[in-house]
Design a protein around this ligand. Structure first.
Ligand code: 13P
Ligand code: SF4
Length: 299
């Protein structure tokens, strides 16, 4: 299948982008694998005619928003992130009325509809840096309450108002199971994603985006780690550190939407050209501004 994908990529002048939560085989087939920030930067600069995005819908949308002349194909159109929609209707508008100087800061794990109503986007690797850099005192952080709380703790000088959205996968990581795992492996360091709940973060030695977790594990002298994020990161962690050991809590965090992309579906969309991301142009232009502002500030 890898050979067929290679031939199709050449024939269609396509590149494959995959998130670290994608299946190991999909990561192996990809030209670029990374966290959300890295993939957004790659998507903006792609020269090929077609981008196959092995991730969930907000990632394909962001690629199309940033690079609208390219064809963006989703191996599975139903792969969606539930958190990307978790802002109640009318809340952003109400907040803007309540605070004159409000900045709506939108995690990239969000639909185009939410991005289009926001002032700046962030990812988990640049949220603290970007919120600090904004001139606004009042910040409405959407949709993720947990990343918002993590930023709030790092930037106490701002009034950060939280929204009640969450990632069900990270929220599902049990602190009891983490404590069990820590007791079993007393020498292990705990590496967590900021989408995890505050109790998990409190038990962690390091908190960062998927790419930051991977980077930390590589640099660390420690030989074993308990990883509190989606299991897909294990592929790159193990590949980069063959002698180190990576563990997860007993109930492994699996994002079924990220796992919907398969090699067969990549071949299918490359062959047929189906599942192309189409966006409303007016909405795309509105959503482009906060994404570009993110890329500019985080540069
Ligand atoms: P990052 O790779 O940017 O840390 O994002 C995590 C995530 O939940 C993507 O869906
Ligand atoms: Fe969304 Fe969570 Fe899956 Fe990431 S891991 S795509 S935030 S549901």
């Amino acid at each position: 299948m890898f050979q067929r994908i290679k031939e199709l990529k050449k024939e269609k002048n396509a590149v494959i982008l995959a998130h670290y939560y994608a299946d190991a085989a999909v990561q192996e087939a990809a030209d670029y694998v990374g966290d959300s920030f890295y993939l957004a930067k790659v998507a903006k600069g792609v020269k090929a005619d077609t981008i196959v995005f092995c991730g969930v819908s907000f990632m394909g949308e962001s690629a199309k928003i940033l690079n609208p002349r390219k064809t963006v194909l989703m191996p599975d159109m139903t792969a969606d992130c539930p958190m990307a929609h978790m802002v109640a209707d009318g809340v952003i508008e109400k907040m803007r009325k309540d605070y004159d100087d409000l900045a709506v800061v939108c995690y990239v794990n969000s639909s185009i509809r939410l991005k289009a109503k926001s002032d700046v986007c962030v990812t988990s690797s640049n949220a603290v840096q970007i919120v600090k850099a904004l001139p606004n005192k009042n910040i409405f952080f959407i949709p993720d309450e947990h990343l918002g709380r993590f930023v709030k703790e790092q930037v106490p000088e701002k009034n950060i108002i939280l929204n009640d959205g969450y990632c069900p996968i990270h929220k599902g990581i049990s602190v009891e199971e983490l404590k069990e795992e820590k007791a079993r492996r007393p020498l292990a360091q705990v590496l967590s994603h900021p989408e995890a709940g505050s109790e998990i973060v409190a038990e962690s030695d390091y908190v960062g985006s998927t790419a930051e977790i991977i980077d930390y594990a590589k640099r660390s002298d420690c030989e074993e780690f308990i990883v509190c994020t989606e299991v897909g990161v294990a592929h790159k962690l193990q590949k980069d550190n063959p002698t180190k050991r990576f563990y997860f809590v007993r109930t492994k965090p699996v994002c079924t939407d990220m796992k919907k992309c398969t090699l067969e579906k990549i071949i299918e969309v490359l062959t047929t050209g189906k599942n192309a991301v189409e966006l409303d142009e007016e909405e795309r232009e509105k959503a482009l501004l906060p994404l570009e502002r993110m890329l500019e500030i985080a540069r």
